[in-house]
Ligand binder design. Structure first.
Ligand code: C2E
Ligand code: MG
Ligand code: MG
Length: 570
């Protein structure tokens, strides 16, 4: 089949250009070409139409190859750029390749031209595909499909940025959390469709009230947030009043007129929190307060925060829980989608509190981070998981275990040595351990995190990027990280067979991960259909309730012998 090829030839000699065209024709292409020999004419040609490939001579009377390359790059084009020149010496060839040229071909050896063009077209197409996948993921992962407002992830990102700026300039900022009153009733009586339309209109009104530099986001359900950089509490109150005013006019949905009221909770940096989590959590407390009072809008006041009291006591108790044996681990199997067999287990901590019963990790991991208790906790988890790993190894079960790390762990310069010590004392080889980190951990302090990760990875420990898609790291950054595995967050996986945009994220993440040579694991697989879809998409492994819930070690040992996913063969 003859393939049309749009070639921009940067060349002063008509004869040489003709030779190139003939060579391309011999290779089965139908070249549609333009010859240019100055910066101005090349620039025009680039602006006028799209090109598939640029072939450039090295030196021309009024122009040269490196300048042509710089011009192309300066315009932001990512096209195959191949230098075709007489002999110029190896050092020059190397220099242009370094600058970004894709190949260097001698005019007296044009037989290399076709293979080079073919290869570079293929690679350029892959790069395009890759960028498209990144854009899709970014949009779907950072915007709310219903209202087109930023979602929770993007809000957190902007909040983090705004905090850094506020810190530097010594200025406050405000976070408003808004929840519609009686939205559930509207949804239940008029249906989801009406509920969705209403949320869209609310989104529009919020955007109208805010300035360009403010962010309105939808966090999910009927919860919205507004971020006002450089605003103190007076300004935040004013904006809240404006929002109420904007909501006063009735909403008209499918011909029905309805009045909607809302409650707003406000937190101010630095008075009520120093990080996104703290501000969000307290804005939530304030909003709850506003809802209870029915008074519209409340600024956070620690006196009303029962959460923080309970937290404080809980942290006091966690200190003892570690030593008193109240913590234990559950293990959840990770299963290969290719072989259907277990390829590892994830250790998940549990706290059996003498009064409160079982406390899930979401309730004590974050506060443990803030109080520094996460360090002894992580060491306890590592030691226990590695001890279990040794027990399994003694019975011939070579199951790698994964342990979750927190931000503070990664910024602890002692961690790599401590991990090495624990591997040794438990007699487990480094490859028997995987450490799971989340994107947000890395972004909090990339340079430090990268250093620790490199040390751990050099020791032979597997690194796994957990909850992928929920954080706000740039995907490009992933390339630089010594990460062996990406775990797609369960919020995208669980509903992927029903939700198209979830499926798109999952598919793009698998492709992207594979492009970067990483293993991709899906978490939160709760039904067979999801398992099958993931297999079809080429995902490597999966974790989830459908195959196996997190369970105590003894139960998992039994499960391994009985389950179809188990290791009967070992
Ligand atoms: P994670 O590392 O992403 O762990 C997966 C979580 O998803 C676990 O919740 C697990 O029980 C749950 N899960 C597994 N399969 C399914 C499924 O099919 N459907 C649904 N809906 N959920 C599923 P868990 O055990 O409550 O842990 C929550 C988070 O707490 C973990 O998320 C991890 O970030 C953190 N965590 C747990 N143990 C530790 C620990 O030892 N150290 C640190 N730093 N964090 C831990
Ligand atoms: Mg994990
Ligand atoms: Mg996870």
């Amino acid at each position: 089949m003859i393939q049309l090829l749009r070639v921009l030839i940067v060349e002063d000699s008509k004869d040489d250009a003709a030779l190139l065209v003939r060579e391309l024709e011999r290779g089965g292409y139908k070249p549609e070409f333009k010859q240019v020999d100055t910066a101005a004419s090349m620039s025009d040609a680039l602006d006028q139409q799209t090109w598939d490939v640029v072939l450039a001579d090295y030196s021309l009377p009024q122009f040269d190859g490196p300048s042509a390359l710089a011009l192309l790059q300066g315009k932001g084009f990512d096209l195959p750029f191949i230098i075709v020149s007489g002999s110029v010496g190896e050092d020059i060839a190397v220099a242009v390749m370094r600058a970004g040229a894709h190949d260097y071909i001698m005019k007296n050896n044009l037989s290399r031209l076709i293979p080079a063009v073919e290869r570079e077209l293929k690679e350029a197409a892959e790069r395009r595909e890759h960028r498209k996948a990144e854009e899709t993921i970014r949009y779907l992962a950072y915007y709310d499909g219903l209202t087109n407002l930023p979602n929770r992830s993007l809000l957190q990102d902007r909040l983090q940025q705004a905090i850094l700026t506020a810190q530097r300039d010594n200025k406050p900022l405000a976070l408003l959390l808004m929840d519609l009153d009686h939205f559930k009733e509207i949804n239940d009586t008029l249906g989801h469709h009406c509920g969705d339309l209403l949320l869209q209109q609310v989104g529009l009104r919020l955007r109208h009230v805010l300035r360009e530099s403010d962010t309105a986001a939808r966090l999910g359900g009927d919860e919205f947030a507004m971020l006002l950089p450089l605003a103190a509490s007076e300004h935040a109150m004013l904006v809240a009043q404006k929002v109420f005013k904007a909501m006063e006019a009735p909403f008209i949905v499918e011909g029905l007129t309805m009045n909607v009221e809302a409650s707003i909770g406000i937190t101010i940096y630095p008075d009520h929190g120093a990080n996104p989590e703290g501000l969000m959590q307290r804005a939530d407390v304030a909003m709850y307060e506003a809802k209870q009072k029915g008074s519209g809008c409340v600024i956070y006041d620690s006196a009303h925060d029962r959460h923080s009291h309970r937290r404080l006591t809980l942290m006091g108790e966690l200190r003892h829980a570690i030593d008193d044996g109240q913590l234990f681990l559950h293990y959840q199997p990770k299963i290969s989608l290719q072989t259907g067999r277990v390829i590892g287990v994830e250790a998940l901590v549990r706290w059996l509190h003498p009064q409160h019963g079982m406390i899930p990790p979401v309730q004590f991991i974050a506060p443990a981070e803030q109080t520094g208790l996460i360090k002894p906790l992580t060491l306890w988890v590592l030691n226990t998981a590695l001890g279990q790993c040794r027990t399994w190894r003694r019975t011939g079960l070579e199951l790698p275990v994964s342990v979750n790390l927190s931000a503070r762990n990664l910024h602890d310069p002692q961690l790599p040595d401590q991990v090495a010590g624990l591997l040794q004392s438990n007699g487990v080889p480094p490859a028997g351990l995987a450490l799971e980190i989340t994107e947000s951990i890395i972004m909090a302090d990339p340079a430090h995190a990268l250093e620790t990760l490199l040390r751990l990875s050099k020791m032979g420990i597997q690194i796994s990027l957990d909850d992928f898609g929920t954080g706000y790291s740039s995907l490009g950054y992933l390339k630089k990280l010594p990460v062996h595995e990406i775990k797609i967050d369960k919020s995208f996986v669980t509903d992927m067979v029903r939700d198209e945009s979830d499926e798109m994220i999952v598919r793009s993440t698998i492709d992207l991960g594979h492009n970067l040579g990483r293993r991709v694991v899906a978490e939160g697989v709760e039904q067979q259909a999801t398992w099958e879809r993931l297999t079809a998409l080429g995902c490597d492994a999966a974790q989830g309730y459908y195959m196996g819930r997190p369970i105590p070690a003894a139960e998992l040992t039994r499960w391994l012998g009985e389950s179809p996913y188990g290791l009967k063969s070992v």
